[in-house]
Design a protein around this ligand. Structure first.
Ligand code: GLU
Length: 507
């Protein structure tokens, strides 16, 4: 690698919510930059005003913040190469488009949208390129003075690249190795639009050059655009500064057939976007991983494993470990199948490994959103540590822990009543007396011993008493060790729950 400072960019178009593949692109960029002590730039590619969606840029920024992947330079953070929004750089691009026209690598085209539409209708597989360009209204087919007249008269026109015929161009992709193209396949892409805005193709090359980008990681869907970009780098005389490209493999549907789309998520019942996205036009809400209850650490971890591994069987990595271990050479060429169960497994692992303090703000929100009142921070921490192994998604904490804060509203009576006996009533009454009038400790081990001793005295198998006891405290057949629950609830609360449940069980 050259000794130039590494500079990478994530260059999204603000057209809607961010697909998980987009966040993976951010992550790979970020890891590479941090590993090489380089800069990570966020550039908003908003030159296609017809596709611009309000709120999309804010969404992207929020998403990067949630993931902890802060850009070093961005429209918000600023930076030496500002502005970072292409629409604000509009005046920069014309010069380069005109330079290409002057060199004969691009030309003015005056065809109206209606004329182009007619051609598309009438000519099968119509492409604005070497096969037809001479028959269309442009500065290659028309005499110079006519072209000048039209321009002087302010006739709307675009600038198109003149793709060479039958040229083979190639480059070395960091993931795919040698990639070659036949330039005849590509049409003469528009570089500058009639309103003076550049298209993506021109803007991405000019900005990567001006912003001194050294490496460009982007989705595989951009590979077909690479020949146009390569030619632009060459024609503009910047070839020596062209970034190294890496086209990242697609994230595939669970069955491996095709790219995972937003619709697949809706069909199969899992999120495909990083965070909830609300489309104001259609009123449609596309669910996100964040709102479903994924930790950002887990989200990044599952994304990096879609197409990369460190060469061992390790699957759990922190961001710092990834910065150290990531290598673009170990990114697979083939697409990676998305498996939602596996995604949840990552989250469960991260919940399990995170300490109570890390989880506390998230869990507090889960509980308070559900109307649960949490008064004591230390108590909440103990509860989190006790139940976290049972939670795969953050909202699972509600079911798994709300009973620590409020008495069960309902009991799983079907699990208790059919096997209820007077002897059991008798046992729990005796247990109540024991708890209320003796000095017996509610500490888990001591209390368990006492409980079993009492069962023995009453000649009932302790095993048959455990499930009803759990349902008295929790309401259902779940939760950690029942004596741990009792210990945490405390003596008074345990007594109160036994009393209340006993009424329900025996009525
Ligand atoms: N603006 C393009 C997008 O929306 C960026 C592609 C690239 O990174 O070159 O994905």
């Amino acid at each position: 690698m050259s000794d130039k400072k590494v500079r990478v960019r994530f260059a999204p178009s603000p057209t809607g919510g961010l697909h998980l593949g987009g966040v993976r692109t951010v992550l790979f960029n970020y890891l590479f930059a941090k590993q090489h002590k380089g800069d990570f730039v966020l550039r908003i590619e908003d030159t296609d005003q017809s596709r611009y969606v309000k709120g999309a840029e804010e969404y992207i920024l929020e998403c990067l913040e949630w993931c902890g992947l802060a850009p070093d330079e961005s429209p918000v953070a600023g930076g030496h190469y500002a502005p970072y929004r292409q629409s604000e750089r509009k005046s920069i691009y014309r010069e380069y488009a005109e330079r290409l026209v002057g060199q004969g690598h691009a030309y003015y085209a005056f065809d109206t949208p209606e004329e182009l539409e007619r051609n598309r209708q009438e000519i099968p597989n119509f492409q604005y390129g070497h096969a037809y360009r001479d028959t269309l209204r442009n500065s290659l087919s028309m005499p110079l003075h006519e072209v000048q007249q039209l321009i002087d008269a302010g006739e709307p026109h675009v600038i198109r690249i003149k793709m060479p015929e039958n040229e083979h161009i190639h480059f070395e992709d960091m993931i795919r190795g040698h990639v070659s193209f036949d330039t005849s396949q590509s049409d003469d892409k528009v570089l500058l639009k009639a309103d003076g805005m550049p298209t993506y193709h021109l803007a991405v090359v000019v900005d990567d050059y001006l912003m001194k980008i050294t490496h460009a990681f982007r989705g595989e869907e951009w590979l077909p655009s690479a020949p146009v970009h390569l030619l632009l780098w060459e024609y503009l005389g910047w070839k020596a500064d062209m970034p190294q490209w890496a086209h990242l493999p697609l994230i595939l549907k669970p069955d491996g057939h095709g790219k995972l789309s937003k619709r697949d998520g809706a069909r199969l019942g899992f999120p495909v976007y990083a965070m909830n996205w609300f489309d104001e036009k259609t009123g449609e809400l596309t669910p996100g991983f964040r709102e479903l209850g994924f930790l950002p650490e887990a989200f990044l971890n599952l994304l990096v494993m879609l197409g990369w591994n460190d060469g061992t069987h390790n699957e759990i990595f922190t961001l710092d470990e990834l910065i150290e271990k990531f290598s673009i050479e170990r990114v697979n060429k083939a697409g990676a199948k998305f498996d939602f169960e596996k995604a949840k497994w990552f989250n469960a692992e991260w919940i399990k490994r995170s300490n109570g303090g890390r989880l506390k703000p998230d869990i507090l929100k889960v509980l308070t959103d559900k109307g649960v009142q949490v008064k004591d921070d230390d108590y909440l921490l103990t509860v989190i540590n006790l139940v976290k192994e049972r939670c795969a998604l953050l909202p699972d904490f509600y079911q798994q822990s709300s009973y620590f804060f409020e008495q069960p509203k309902e009991y799983d009576l079907n699990a208790v009543k059919p096997k209820w006996t007077d002897a059991k009533t008798d046992f729990y009454k005796a247990l109540l007396i024991m708890l209320s009038y003796s000095e017996v400790s509610i500490e888990a081990i001591t209390f368990e011993e006492q409980f079993k001793k009492l069962a023995e005295e009453k000649a009932i198998k302790a095993g048959e008493l455990m499930l009803p006891f759990r349902i008295m405290l929790v309401g259902g057949k779940f939760g950690p060790h029942v004596f741990d629950i009792a210990a945490l609830l405390g003596k008074q609360e345990t007594i109160s729950r036994i009393q209340k449940a006993l009424v329900e069980f025996t009525s």
